[in-house]
Design a protein. Structure first.
Length: 250
């Protein structure tokens, strides 16, 4: 990522406030862009913490714990007795993406695996050799994608999926300020924007998304998007830079 590769571009960041949002803004600023914080969804606690607390009380039985987002890491850790991962944690930890791994490390955890492919398909491939009977804990957003859990269960693993947060659309969205490109990190963020504001303000903009599920959501709305090649902010910067050099590519 070259410094100034997005010089002067106004980037609408729809990621919810909290884990990682400030890091993204700082990365876009380093690339010369003007980030505009415009969260379209809010992060709320799950309806109940009981399943999470039960899993933490029995953390010693798990062989693997898999985190697919910084948000899941932070909210899970807050329920731990000390707010940190125990030094004698028996389970191996999997992190999706460099930022998620860094969040785990900051909270005292040791990451055993960061798959090269950060999609759930990549996780399925990375963990395909886990033997039947392996105990897996998967803290996710409520209603999150379940491909990984289903695949592990089909292979005979014992998987506990616990909701550590839920996302809800923000209903007080004002008309966004002028922007050149918009970034959507989840289907729910894109859906909340379109349901509230329609697609007209996106029709002549560069739209960059993370992952195929968000891309599919955009397609159902008639939007043409560029899909970043990985979930990290560096990949988003590269994707927007490419749309700038090749406007017809979107």
């Amino acid at each position: 990522m070259s410094r100034g590769s997005l010089a002067g571009l106004r980037i609408l960041l729809t990621r919810p406030e909290g884990e990682g949002a400030d890091e993204w803004a700082a990365a876009f600023e380093r690339a010369g862009a003007k980030p505009i914080a415009y969260p379209t969804v809010a992060i709320l606690p799950p309806e109940s913490w009981q399943a999470v607390d039960d899993a933490i009380a029995n953390l010693r039985v798990y062989d693997w714990v898999i985190f697919t987002s910084q948000t899941a890491v932070g909210l899970f850790a807050r329920r731990l007795p000390t707010g940190l991962f125990p030094s004698d944690l028996r389970a191996s930890i999997v992190a999706v993406g460099k930022s998620t791994a860094q969040s785990i490390a900051r909270l005292g955890g040791n990451v055993a695996l960061v798959p090269a492919d950060s999609r759930q398909e990549g996780l399925v491939e990375a963990l395909r050799l886990l033997p039947a009977g392996t105990r897996v804990l998967l803290p996710l957003a409520s209603g999150g994608r379940t491909l990984l859990a289903q695949s592990l269960k089909a292979a005979g693993c014992l998987v506990d999926v616990v909701a550590v947060y839920r996302t809800v659309p923000k209903l007080d969205l004002a008309t966004p300020p002028d922007f050149d490109a918009a970034v959507f990190a989840s289907p729910s963020a894109l859906r909340a924007f379109v349901n509230r504001l329609g697609t007209s303000s996106l029709s002549d903009k560069s739209i960059v998304v993370i992952g195929p599920t968000t891309a599919k959501e955009a397609e159902t709305r008639g939007l043409r998007v560029v899909v970043a090649d990985s979930p990290g902010v560096d990949a988003l910067v590269r994707a927007i830079s490419q749309t700038r050099s090749n406007p017809g590519g979107t």
